[in-house]
Unconditional design. Structure first.
Length: 465
């Protein structure tokens, strides 16, 4: 029989909770009653909804025990603690120390989740590994991922995000990583920082506060904030490793060759490398080098790391590609967007070979949380659109109106106030052979456009040529 993730004795001792009923061993930890697996501990967190309201549903789905701040009458075994989030954090810290795994932590303005998952792919090939199943990077997701870490884990990686200053530091201090990666810094969540991108850079640097003394900080040598971040890293005693196209980078990008697969030429620690990627975005040149440096710091052999990168596929909504019933190749970047990721995606689209009579088409929705410069950030995409050789532009949302008004009329496909309104116009306009990139912020519903292209039946083609 498999050893439980949490024994009853551990749960009681670590949370110091008051037991209601006989506390059982638990096979996992969750806070979502809809996804409870039999034998798991359900943590009743206070959010938009009070998790205590879902304790009965969690037990109905097979939860073995619940961590609560007030007893729920008529339910199963419970541990009552003053604060369930603090209780989850206590479990997280114990699981961290119990496993003793080497740990990495990743933050950045663009590409955190994909980069973290690529690192996890390398760790998994190297031994018993652990990481978040998806973008669990906030004050709940990070401790939850730690609390789920098996006791025999050898290596683990954690994604840490933020919307405001002061959010990353406590999470990094909880993880206590051996290596941290700050993938990039850009104008993301700038509406929450009076000094804009400088505030974002300081917030990202908070990840260094949890780094073990003598640990490794992997930094983007091409970033305008490299010198600042390097100084911050050295101040906490970190060993700095750099990646990018800069001549002095420890992992230096030499060449990026589009194709299926993509080929990358690079130099790592003075050693020439030539490897392949399934990721088509040009930003995966430097991203892949960051992955290699993190894996190196976590003692993963280079050959294992390169094999993991070669097999790592784009994540859903983050560059995943498919041919729809309409005969168009959909590049689905609908999970999120900001000025940095928009430009990177457009550069990648421009580097594609699109056989005639296919067209390059982009369908964009608003980028959110950009503060007073939001309109300018949208209008400034006109030049990258031109440089990418885009044939038709489709826009949705009040902020994207600034971009729509900034491009030549010959490139204007259609504009609508919302993604839902734009979707039928986009479906009607595309033709077989077109390459269509969809991108925008979650809150502006870019995924609606991708879903519409996916859902359109082959019959909708009609007489399109």
């Amino acid at each position: 029989m498999l050893e439980p993730l949490w024994t009853a004795d551990e749960l009681e001792a670590v949370t110091d909770g008051r037991a209601v009923g006989a506390i059982p061993d638990c096979t996992g930890v969750t806070f979502d009653s809809r996804g409870v697996e039999p034998g798991e501990l359900f943590v009743a967190l206070q959010g938009v909804r009070d998790g205590h309201d879902f304790v009965p549903a969690a037990f109905a789905r097979g939860a073995a025990c619940a961590l609560v701040s007030r007893e729920v009458e008529g339910a199963g075994p419970q541990l009552v603690v003053p604060d369930t989030l603090r209780g989850l954090e206590a479990l997280a810290a114990y699981a961290r120390d119990r496993a003793g795994a080497r740990r990495g932590a990743v933050t950045g303005s663009v590409g955190k989740t994909s980069t973290t998952q690529a690192i996890l792919a390398g760790l998994t090939r190297a031994g018993r590994a652990h990481g978040a199943v998806k973008s669990f990077n906030n004050h709940i997701g990070v401790p939850l991922t730690l609390a789920r870490m098996p006791r025999d884990t050898e290596r683990a990686v954690f994604e840490i995000g933020m919307n405001h200053a002061g959010e990353i530091a406590p999470l990094s201090q909880l993880v206590k990583p051996d290596v941290v990666l700050i993938n990039n810094v850009g104008p993301v969540h700038t509406e929450n920082f009076e000094d804009g991108e400088a505030g974002v850079a300081r917030a990202k640097a908070e990840i260094l506060q949890g780094l073990k003394r003598g640990g490794t900080a992997v930094l983007n040598a091409d970033s305008a904030w490299f010198d600042f971040l390097k100084a911050e890293a050295e101040q906490v005693g970190a060993r700095v490793r750099s990646f990018g196209a800069a001549e002095a980078a420890d992992a230096r990008l030499v060449n990026w060759m589009p194709g299926a697969p993509v080929r990358v030429e690079a130099v790592l620690n003075g050693r020439p490398l030539d490897y392949t990627l399934l990721q088509t975005g040009r930003h995966w040149g430097p991203n892949s080098l960051a992955v290699l440096l993190v894996l190196e710091a976590l003692e993963v052999p280079l050959e294992t790391a390169l094999a993991a990168l070669a097999a790592f596929e784009p994540l859903a909504g983050r560059g995943a590609e498919r041919v729809t019933n309409l005969g168009v190749r959909l590049v689905d970047e609908s999970y999120n967007a900001n000025p940095l990721s928009m430009r990177a995606a457009l550069i990648s689209l421009g580097g594609r070979t699109v056989p005639s009579p296919g067209r390059r088409i982009v369908a964009l929705t608003d980028m959110l949380e950009l503060g007073p410069d939001a309109i300018r950030f949208h209008a400034d995409l006109a030049q990258p659109i031109e440089d990418a050789g885009v044939d038709l532009l489709f826009c949705a949302g009040p902020l994207m109106k600034a971009l729509w008004d900034s491009v030549p009329k010959g490139k204007q496909g259609a504009y609508a106030a919302s993604a839902a309104d734009l979707a039928p116009m986009l479906v009607e306009a595309v033709r077989p052979g077109d390459v269509v990139m969809v991108k925008g912020s979650n809150g502006s519903r870019a995924s609606t456009l991708a879903q519409a292209l996916d859902a359109a039946p082959r019959a909708a083609l009609g007489d399109r040529r």
